[in-house]
Write a protein that binds this ligand. Structure first.
Ligand SMILES: [Cu+2]
Length: 251
């Protein structure tokens, strides 16, 4: 993927490699398990700047962007989640960002490719993003612009890079249409687009999207470790009973 100009500063990974960040500003882990850290905005001096998992071919990073310092012109704050590919030929982009927004055309046009990427939460919210065989959890957005983040490596079976499958979901009154009704075990990213006139959401396996306004899209990453049939519903009152429900099979 090519990156055009964008208003934000360099990635934490590159700053670290250039020696602009001290080793103790990176919360590093490898092997299995998980790490939890409070990550400060990269645009402000001091503090821990990124969680980094180092694999043999790739690294996986979470860092925080706020509209301060070099990032003062960014269009959207939040947590960037990305992979760094060590084998990318020189001159090509080695960063793969996990976008937070499903349909960012307008933001992209105004603000460049960073704009769609930051994952964010409001007060009291928690967000979970499954990517690259990891679970990235945004546990808390702090008043000073930092985020408390937990990163968990999935069990060895889904070692890097985890295969993920995208299922497109169309939500409208009063039914869902899925691009596929089954998937193998592993991570499934449901890209849910509301083509109706009312607000809808999509819930499966205990996880759900936020409420999606008409014309908007939300992504929901779910890691299925067991085969079986999983019921999905719209949780807006009355919608499931009116037909917004179905069964998704993990094989
Ligand atoms: Cu609905």
């Amino acid at each position: 993927m090519a990156w055009g100009p964008h208003p934000g500063g360099m990635f934490a990974w590159h700053r670290w490699k250039l020696g602009w960040l001290d080793p103790d500003q990176i919360a590093c882990f490898s092997g299995r398990g998980q790490i939890e850290a409070t990550i400060a905005p990269i645009g402000r001096p001091g503090g821990t700047k990124a969680i980094v998992f180092r694999g043999s071919r790739s690294a996986y990073v979470a860092e925080v962007r706020q509209p301060i310092g070099e990032d003062s012109a960014i269009c959207k704050k939040g947590v960037l989640i990305y992979a760094v590919d060590f084998q990318t030929p020189a001159g090509q982009a080695d960063i793969r960002l996990i976008p937070a927004l499903g349909d960012p055309t307008d933001l992209l046009r105004r603000c460049g490719p960073h704009a769609a990427a930051p994952h964010d939460i409001g007060a009291g919210e928690v967000s979970r993003v499954s990517a690259f065989g990891f679970r990235f959890e945004l546990l808390e957005a702090l008043a000073d612009g930092s985020y408390r983040i937990r990163v968990t490596r999935a069990p060895a079976r889904s070692a890097e890079p985890a295969a993920s499958r995208t299922i497109r979901v169309e939500a409208k009154e009063m039914k869902f249409a899925l691009s596929a009704s089954s998937a193998p075990r592993g991570t499934v990213v449901f890209v849910v687009r509301n083509t109706g006139k009312l607000v809808h959401d999509f819930k499966i396996a205990g996880r759900k999207t936020p409420l999606i306004r008409p014309g908007k899209t939300a992504r929901l990453g779910v890691t299925f470790t067991r085969r079986g049939k999983y019921r999905y519903v719209c949780t807006v009152r009355g919608h499931a009973a009116a037909g917004m429900k179905g069964t998704f099979t993990v094989r």
